[in-house]
Design a protein. Structure first.
Length: 338
């Protein structure tokens, strides 16, 4: 079975390439490198001992996307490619709508035209907006999106749901909570070209001295310690869910055209607790400052993932300690190479 992974050199995409290759899929990657380096594919090849094809193209270029689909004959597509910064999406809404929606439309339409059987879409817990209660399950009603980024994910899910009636393809929408951590080899992890915005790489970059300090945005939220609450999930557990979702579709286990699954650990961890967990696991102390709330952040959200467990057989195996340990090992290794 041949699978296209868009955003293949990105953080979650590269870890998913490894999981797919280790599970006997053939893979092709597409990425325009706007937030990643193609050199991560060397690590993917080294870890798996397998080869893969990569195309450095922009998915907003419909002709190039069609050309690749015409040539490759994919059985499935995992569509990761998107811009993902909540704060940047608030200052550059045109960029986010244009990139995230056009790349999805081109990929989804080409998948339809070229007879792809299975389509997996990377969505996010941001679709739920500022919920008043957690855990959230897949039926929790959506609130107004708190950011333009979140809106692109809500719109992406709607595009798939409206356009699916025109296709014979089946889709799975995966709503990730907060992916973090790195591969246990220490050869790959989160390494964005754009300034890291997610909490764990900001912590590791501060601890290693790349940043003089870091900010905890908001200390007056109505949570147990005043900071936001998130649900951190190890990127390798997340990657494994994509392999299971593809098997589920390609083995005809899904009745409906579309289904949707939450992927999180099911536990809320506050930003301050995450910082303490990092210090506890690594023994590295660093400076952090309390700062005002940031536009677009929701107060607290964590998942009920029992649907993914029951239907896909997915179960996260790694803990917050594994996340912090692997992220730190990756930070140390990549800093040595710089
Ligand atoms: N990391 C998170 O916290 C998180 C949480 C929820 C959902 N998601 C979603 O998961 C997906 C993957 O996220 P990630 O953390 O790996 O991000 P990432 O930035 O590391 O990877 C995304 C990749 O897509 C590529 N890309 C973007 N636009 C493109 C285009 N037009 N053409 C070709 N390539 C393009 C980028 O260069 C990048 O390598 C995204 O859709 C993101 O919105 C991420």
């Amino acid at each position: 079975m041949k699978i296209l992974v868009t955003g293949g050199t990105g953080y979650i995409g590269s870890h998913t390439l490894v999981d797919l290759l280790e599970n006997e899929f053939d893979v092709v990657s597409i990425d325009n490198g706007m937030n990643s380096e193609v050199s991560v594919l060397d690590a993917v090849r080294q870890i798996t001992g397998r080869q893969l094809t990569h195309y450095a193209i922009d998915l907003c270029d419909k002709d190039k996307v069609d050309e690749i689909f015409a040539k490759e004959n994919f059985d499935g597509v995992v569509h990761f490619a998107a811009l993902k910064s909540v704060s940047e999406s608030m200052s550059q809404p045109f960029l986010y709508f244009r990139n995230n929606l056009n790349s999805l439309l081109n990929t989804f339409e080409a998948a339809k035209l070229y007879g792809v059987k299975a389509f997996i879409f990377s969505s996010s817990c941001t679709v739920y907006g500022n919920v008043s209660e957690s855990p959230v399950d897949e039926n929790t009603p959506w609130q107004e999106a708190a950011s333009v980024y979140g809106r692109t994910k809500q719109m992406g899910e709607k595009i798939i749901s409206h356009c699916s009636s025109e296709t014979t393809m089946q889709s799975i929408i995966l709503r990730y909570f907060n992916p973090a951590g790195a591969h246990s080899s220490g050869l790959m992890g989160e390494s964005p070209k754009n300034m890291a915005q997610n909490l764990v790489p900001v912590i590791t970059e501060t601890a290693i001295g790349k940043r003089p300090t870091m900010k905890v945005f908001g200390t007056d939220y109505p949570t147990r310690d005043g900071s936001c609450i998130r649900d951190f999930i190890h990127v390798c557990d997340l990657a494994a869910a994509h392999t299971l979702a593809l098997h589920h579709l390609l083995q005809h286990k899904q009745k409906d055209k579309i289904d949707v699954f939450n992927l999180g650990m099911g536990e809320g961890v506050s930003v301050l607790e995450a910082i303490k967990a990092f210090i506890g696991v690594t023994g590295q102390n660093f400076s952090y400052e309390m700062a005002p709330r940031r536009d677009g952040d929701v107060t607290a959200i964590y998942s009920n993932y029992s649907k993914a467990r029951q239907i896909l057989g997915w179960q996260p195996k790694l803990t917050i300690r594994d996340i912090m340990h692997s992220a730190w090992q990756w930070e140390v290794n990549r800093t040595k190479k710089q």
